[in-house]
Design a protein around this ligand. Sequence first.
Ligand SMILES: C[S@@+](CC[C@H](N)C(=O)[O-])C[C@H]1O[C@@H](n2cnc3c(N)ncnc32)[C@H](O)[C@@H]1O
Length: 218
Amino acid sequence: MTVELLTSEAEARSWIGAAFALTEQQWAQLDRFAAMLVEENAQQNLIAASTISTLWVRHIADSAQLLALDGAVEGLWIDLGSGPGLPGLVAAILSPRPMLLVESRRRRCDFLRAVAGELDLAHVEVAEAPLERIETRPAATISARAFAPLDKLIALSTRFSTESTRWLLPKGRNAVKELESLPQPWQGMFHVEQSRTDADSQILVGMGNIGAKQRGKR
Ligand SMILES: C[S@@+](CC[C@H](N)C(=O)[O-])C[C@H]1O[C@@H](n2cnc3c(N)ncnc32)[C@H](O)[C@@H]1O
């Protein structure tokens, strides 16, 4: 499907406002999150400095577009390797669904907790540990942005999936290549969506319990 690319900060804001019918409070929360992200970036490396001038396209809308692709309307969303909350905190501002942010680095978790606290996002939980050590919980949605190569990502996270889990995996330029490297039964669980924020990037959208389909078998 053809999507209209967001090419400016104004377009990114305008698309988010229209797509999610934002309240004033949500606008204020997104603006505050963006400001805290830029401020904290001077203390720890959260986003490339070169992307600060295009923060709304490159990070906020880039994260928000995942929520627009999510078929699940309720249930736990788990964001793997959340870093500064991309896409997890953006999705949590736009949706009241329970959000589990999994992040192994303490300073990043401190930032995630600070934002969730200041923005009063009581439905956000921060799991400060490697994903490998997180207790298994069934997820309605699993997202992972710049977290791990696809095969590793699936191996680490399949235990959180059920037959109705929605997978939202922005994969940049290598999306199709990574998908094609998966065993056939897993490939069939995904389709590819064009990113709204980068003409060369794509998002793998999947559905189901990957663990239930054994590697190499149809
Ligand atoms: C490249 S960053 C991406 C962060 C964020 N998703 C984004 O798009 O900006 C990957 C993040 O995953 C975290 N991470 C890597 N391996 C992890 C693991 N096994 N469990 C939890 N977090 C992990 C890193 O600490 C880092 O914050």
